[in-house]
Design a protein around this ligand. Structure first.
Ligand SMILES: [Zn+2]
Length: 101
């Protein structure tokens, strides 16, 4: 097995030790081909690095938004947070899961 120390190109928080390892932070799988070409679709990850990164950033934003909505004096009702989360999910899905032609 080839040892490789590669920083996760998506979240930049995890360092991979070997190929096909899954990042525990963002769930990206280290794929050499995709790593060399950030626009490459299909491989160990369905999305290219560039698209996976966008999705990851959206998820971070969503989490942050929900965290803010749940905290503080102006706490939103659970129902509102649920609706917000669903709307955001739909928005992110439709904006990112388009396959390239
Ligand atoms: Zn990662």
């Amino acid at each position: 097995m080839i040892e490789m120390k590669v920083k996760c190109p998506v979240c930049e928080e995890y360092v991979f030790e070997e190929e096909f390892e899954r990042c525990p932070v963002c769930k990206w799988v280290l794929d050499k081909l995709q790593y060399k070409d950030p626009t490459y679709w299909g491989g160990s990850n369905k999305l290219s690095i560039n698209d996976f990164k966008l999705k990851w950033k959206d998820e971070q934003l969503k989490r942050k938004l929900i965290r803010v909505a749940e905290a503080g004096d102006s706490k939103l009702p659970a129902e509102v947070i649920e609706i917000l989360s669903e709307v955001l999910d739909r928005f992110f899905t439709t904006s990112q899961e388009k396959m390239p032609n």
